[in-house]
Write a new protein. Sequence first.
Length: 140
Amino acid sequence: MYGLKSESSFDGAHFLTDYYGKCENLHGHRWRVVAYLKQQDLQVEGTMKDMVVDFGEFKRILRAATAELDHTFLVEEGSLKPQTIACLEDEGFTLSILPFRTTAENLARYFAQKLIDKGLPVSQVDCYETPLNCASYFVE
């Protein structure tokens, strides 16, 4: 069994709906995303012979996924009034409207799916909300 690991980060603001504590207020994080690939055998031909995948390709795909959310306001779909969204956009803010509550757990799953959709053999994605707190999503 072989594995690779790469990481990327992005800055983004969010808040948690239906939450009672500090995180119900708008705040930001430097999110750190660590992705793991796992494959039984190495590739047997082409430019990726004897590799799981090329590190350069792995990094490019992961960084492109995190760049989509970099310096945006991560908003759970339906959590803000349409007028609020319109006002924020009118003020020039960039919003990423996501179909899930913007927890570290859901973001870990979101990034795993992005990588899987690009054909990578993902086994796990960790999403760090702070340097000491991380959620993991495991692919079975």
